[in-house]
Design a protein around this ligand. Structure first.
Ligand code: C5P
Length: 335
């Protein structure tokens, strides 16, 4: 029995080749090694130059085939229920399954089971990793056969950070941060992440950056600021690319940069104290991860990482710490 429907536009349904009853996919969270933002455009988005690195904090999505009675619905449940993570259409995983179904003309639904390891609302793209994992899982379950560029196209419509977990490893993001090109990197880098007691809203951090820089969003149809060309993001420094190519954490440390850091610390001053504490306890460098509030501390080795994590975990400014190495591969089927 097939649950595929024929699109009214005349597109033929793709034959369902997936025969598994469930597909399990892992996708990584990320840290931004570099993030430079330009002035916002009329749609409110900021042109970015950013360098993503995928870290070994992995989201797992299991997509399960439904009974015929449920067909068409996308359901989501969490292995560890968390009030901070909605399970309805606010969740990017649900939206990802719906977007793939719509793009391919599939009317079969899916039951998604999500195990989270990336801190929620922490600036580490956990929700985006869930979306990426869901796209890969449902693509296999439904036998829709989209290739990576096609899945990437859907991911980009879901959010600026959703494409990177499909690719993984290390990549430069331009445009909204979603035009990706892989970056050569060698070896393993070690990170300690200090989690905050409360999340920070990404739009709020970008809006605060606008206030700090005196930027306003141009009216629709306008091309930029009144007093000349709009500010553009900086390019990736050559020293950062060289440090990655050499696998040299000591050389990488001074190249870490995040334009959103000042805004995030202004909104949450204690984050500055966490950065100082991480660096005083042995981190080569600590920065705000993405739009925060997670602080990412680059450490020289596993032993130092354990010490930095212990010191941070003992601070009342930090709710928990996690350690992870990087880079790791993008979304992949594991079962
Ligand atoms: O694309 P996504 O939904 O992840 O973006 C969340 C918010 O982050 C956007 O609504 C926008 O406020 C901000 N953002 C931005 N410029 C970007 C990426 C995100 O201003 N390049």
């Amino acid at each position: 029995m097939s649950f595929l429907r024929v699109l009214p536009g005349g597109d033929q349904p793709r034959p369902r080749s997936g025969s598994a009853t469930s597909v399990r996919v892992e996708a990584p969270g990320k840290v931004n090694l570099f993030l430079s933002a330009g002035a916002p455009s009329a749609d409110g988005y900021h042109p970015l130059t950013t360098v993503f690195q995928a870290v070994r904090l992995v989201e797992t999505v299991t997509a399960r085939r439904q009974s015929a009675d449920d067909h068409g619905r996308v359901t989501l449940s969490l292995v560890d229920p968390d009030p901070a993570v909605p399970t309805d259409e606010r969740n990017l995983a649900v939206r990802a399954a719906q977007a793939l179904a719509q793009a391919t003309g599939v009317s079969e639904g899916v039951d998604l089971l999500l195990r989270k390891r990336v801190p929620a609302a922490g600036g580490m793209a956990g929700g985006s990793a869930d979306a990426a994992a869901t796209l890969v899982a449902c693509n296999q379950l439904w036998g829709t056969g989209l290739n990576l560029p096609e899945l990437t196209g859907i991911a980009r419509q879901l959010g600026a950070d959703c494409a990177f977990p499909l690719l993984g490893s290390t990549a430069v993001g331009q445009g909204r941060g979603d035009e990706l090109s892989p970056l050569m990197t060698r070896g393993t880098f070690h990170w300690v992440f200090a989690l905050a007691h409360e999340g920070l809203s990404t739009p709020a951090v970008f809006t605060h950056l606008d206030q700090l820089r005196g930027w306003s969003r141009p009216a629709h149809g306008a091309t930029g600021a009144d007093d000349g060309a709009p500010a553009l993001p900086a390019q990736v420094p050559g020293a950062l690319s060289a440090a990655l190519r050499a696998g040299d954490a000591v050389a990488l440390a001074p190249c870490l940069h995040n334009d959103l850091q000042e805004a995030a610390i202004d909104l949450r001053p204690e984050l500055g104290q966490v950065v100082d504490l991480a660096e005083r306890s042995g981190a080569l460098r600590a920065i705000v991860s993405g739009s925060g509030p997670t602080i990412a501390a680059l450490v020289p080795d596993v032993v130092t990482g354990a010490r930095v994590a212990r010191v941070l975990a003992a601070s009342e400014l930090v709710s928990a710490t996690v350690r992870a190495d990087a880079p790791v591969a993008g979304a992949r089927v594991v079962g």
